[in-house]
Design a protein around this ligand. Structure first.
Ligand code: PLP
Length: 377
């Protein structure tokens, strides 16, 4: 038995400019400190409906089946795959970074057959290769892809991919963890069938909640399942007894929702509405332009071509002879600034500088440029 004496934990105040989490606005942090109520308290239930409305705005959808999963983005991913993939289903998965690889694993663990269409990390998705895979695997039921690849900084042509999927009678599962609130995203207009996100990126809320949304077509496929969903926690037919009261019946207990984290998400959605979705997306782009110009004046370049580059995740080439980890450590110690390392195929080759949510401000950009200039001199 440990006798270690514990004392309160006081974290350092960092500027978070990595791949997530991003800085949390004081209003969101303050919301979290409000008194906890029961997860079936009438006041909480009213707020749950507001969260669903706020998420519909963020996702640009009328989908009834829109709610926050009480677990991180990885659980939102799993929620989409375990409910939509039935044993034996063929799913075409586009991999252009780390997170597409996780989609493939999810398909296989759900008993599906994954067909991978892979692209070099940092390079654009070529629609012709996806079209060819859809034609070759005509029995495929689902096309899955990551809208904003956080490991590379590449944006997927989501609308075009959804058009292709529909032309081949496939549903789409789209990872919107890093795109929600930061990139243009139109679930209904583009015909996305299932999307999941995370609260810790462009919504600037604490990590640990995953907004999801499902179209009617997706809901129908789930209703027609022959086998039960192997995950109890993520089975939509069970969890919706808590999140859906559209039938007018009483909500019932499924799990104890993270009440205070939901207050934070609610406040984040209030702030998104106040700013406006398009304005928030424009702010991310404007900060990206400032960062890019400043990086160029330091002799630093981005690896992703402008035509398919994300604003909120900037992958910066590491100049020859620079110890990339030492630079990250220097800016963390001297400037309290977190920037991210490269992941997977890009490890050691890039820094990942996030401009997400409350971290997409001039103060962040200027501090980052000052810190990098200092570290590299
Ligand atoms: N998908 C993408 C594109 C991500 O960037 C992340 C996290 O960084 C995830 C999924 C997983 O989210 P979480 O870490 O919240 O489980």
């Amino acid at each position: 038995m440990s006798n270690q004496k514990l004392t309160s934990f006081n974290p350092p105040q960092r500027l978070l400019m990595g791949p997530g989490p991003s800085d949390i606005h004081p209003r969101v942090l303050a919301a979290m400190a409000r008194p906890t109520v029961g997860h079936l308290d009438p006041a909480f239930q009213t707020m749950m409906e507001e969260i669903k409305a706020g998420l519909r705005y963020a996702f640009q959808t009328e989908n009834a089946l829109t709610f926050p999963v009480s677990a991180p983005g990885s659980a939102g991913m799993e929620c989409c795959f375990v409910n939509l993939v039935e044993p034996g289903d063929t799913v075409i998965v586009i991999q252009h970074g780390a997170f597409g690889g996780r989609m493939k694993e999810n398909v296989e663990r759900a008993g599906g057959h994954a067909v991978l269409v892979a692209f070099e990390w940092g390079q654009p998705i070529e629609l012709e290769s996806v079209r060819a895979a859809l034609e070759t695997h005509a029995s495929a039921k689902i096309l899955a892809f990551v809208h904003a690849e956080t490991s590379t900084g590449v944006s997927a042509p989501a609308k075009e991919l959804c058009d292709l999927a529909q032309a081949h009678d496939c549903l789409t599962i789209v990872d919107c963890v890093t795109s929600l609130g930061g990139s243009e995203l139109k679930v209904d207009e583009w015909g996305i069938d299932a999307a999941y996100s995370g609260t810790q990126k462009c919504l600037s809320c604490p990590p640990g909640i995953s907004p999801v949304t499902f179209s009617e077509r997706a809901a129908d496929k789930i209703k027609q399942r022959q086998s039960s969903v192997q995950s109890w926690f993520l089975d939509l037919s069970l969890v919706m007894a808590y999140w859906d009261n559209s039938g007018g019946g009483a909500r019932t207990y499924h799990h104890t929702a993270p009440v205070n984290a939901m207050y934070a998400l609610h406040e984040g959605l209030v702030m998104l509405q106040e700013e406006g979705l398009e304005e928030a997306q424009m702010r991310h782009h404007a900060m990206h332009q400032k960062l890019k110009a400043g990086l160029e004046s330091l002799g630093l370049g981005l690896i992703v071509d402008e035509s398919h580059r994300l604003s909120q995740l900037n992958t910066v080439s590491i100049p020859d002879g620079i110890d990339e980890a030492a630079v990250r450590q220097y800016v963390l110690q001297k400037y309290d600034l977190e920037i991210g390392a490269g992941l997977g195929a890009l490890a050691g080759k890039v820094w990942r500088i996030g401009l997400m949510g409350s971290s997409a401000t001039e103060r962040h950009v200027m501090t980052c440029l000052t810190a990098l200039e200092d570290a590299l001199k």
